[in-house]
Each structure stands twice: as structure tokens, then as C-alpha cells.
Design a protein around this ligand. Structure first.
Ligand SMILES: [Fe+2]
Length: 186
């Protein structure tokens, strides 16, 4: 199944899915260019400006964009998918599934980039985090389990400014099996 088919779930058009994939593929091309340039870059650092500084910043930006998009595409499905193992941990850490969902939706409506349900090794609990950019707002030493793309490019063709309906579509189409597989590492 192609990535576009993966994305064309109920409530998301072919155009919306295709444009999103196009954007993701742009990152795949760009990281190759960055890596090539990095291999030849001057190994002289400077925190105000240096070739290696600029390339390393864009390397992190680009790699995070790729990983986050792959996790997002990988955690949606049109098949009916009942929350399983992970929900036991969600209930434990948030009080109830509904409490988690309420907070997750509030985070989605507050984020300019990403919403990530992640397991934090430090307190050994789940948290909803938001990130306004691929390389800003992520929390280290965590395992991302569920990723939602809240950039306008992810929904604007189909939903316009109606973010809430897009988030509801996402919640309805979460691939809990994929989330459970990621949680196997906990
Ligand atoms: Fe995106």
C-alpha cells in the first residue's frame, strides 16, 4: 500500500494526502543534500556563524521532520482499531482515557506544529507534549508513541480553519496497534 493510500482515510481527500506526502518527500531529498555538504564542511566551529553550525541545525530539523512524519503516517489507519495495551498505561497516568483525550485535544488546538504522546524515562510516565517546530519543543530521553501533525499543511485543504474536526478525524483513525508496538520498548 502506498503512503498516499495509507493517508486517504475517511475524511481526508487524495489531494490533501498527496500534498502532505510531497512535502515529506522534500525532506527526504533535502537530508541527502545536507549530509553531502556536511561531509565536505569545514570542521571549524563558531556559535555565531560557521558552516558546520548551520548544517548541523538543518540536519536536526530535517531528520526530526522525517521521523515525526513517518510516525504520524504510521499511527493512522482506516481499520477499526480498539485501544489495547497502551490504554492501561494511559488510564494509570492520566486517570482515565477520557482525561487523556481531553488534554490531547487541548494540546492539538494549542500546537503550531506537533503533538506527541510520549513515555518519559525520567518519571516513567506518559505525557502529551507540543512542539511548534521540528527541532524545538521535543523532550529528550522519551519514546514518542503517538504523533499528530498540526501544521496547517496537514489539514487545510480538507478542513480549512476547522482544526477541531481534523483532530476528531485523527482521534477516530488512530492506529492503536502501531502505538502498542512502539510501547513495547517501555
Ligand atoms: Fe506535515
Amino acid at each position: 500500500m502506498s503512503k498516499i493510500d495509507d493517508l486517504k482515510k475517511d475524511g481526508l481527500s487524495e489531494k490533501q494526502a498527496a500534498e502532505h506526502i510531497k512535502l515529506y518527500e522534500g525532506y527526504l531529498k533535502k537530508i541527502e543534500e545536507i549530509m553531502k555538504r556536511l561531509s565536505k564542511a569545514e570542521k571549524e566551529g563558531n556559535a555565531t556563524y560557521s558552516e558546520i553550525r548551520e548544517l548541523k541545525l538543518e540536519e536536526g530539523f530535517c531528520i526530526n521532520a522525517i521521523k515525526l512524519h513517518e510516525m504520524y503516517f504510521g499511527n493512522i489507519t482506516s481499520e477499526k482499531c480498539i485501544p489495547r495495551e497502551i490504554v492501561k498505561i494511559i488510564k494509570n497516568d492520566f486517570g482515565s482515557y477520557e482525561a487523556w483525550e481531553r488534554e490531547f485535544i487541548a494540546c492539538a488546538l494549542s500546537a503550531r506544529g506537533w503533538v506527541v504522546l510520549a513515555y518519559d524515562w525520567k518519571d516513567e510516565k506518559l505525557h502529551n507534549y507540543i512542539a511548534d517546530m521540528h527541532n524545538q519543543g521535543g523532550v529528550w530521553d522519551t519514546i514518542p508513541l503517538l504523533v499528530l501533525d498540526m501544521y496547517e499543511h496537514a489539514y487545510f485543504i480538507d478542513y480549512g480553519t476547522d482544526k477541531k474536526s481534523y483532530v476528531q478525524w485523527f482521534i477516530k483513525n488512530i492506529d492503536w496497534k502501531a502505538v502498542d508496538e512502539r510501547a513495547d520498548r517501555i
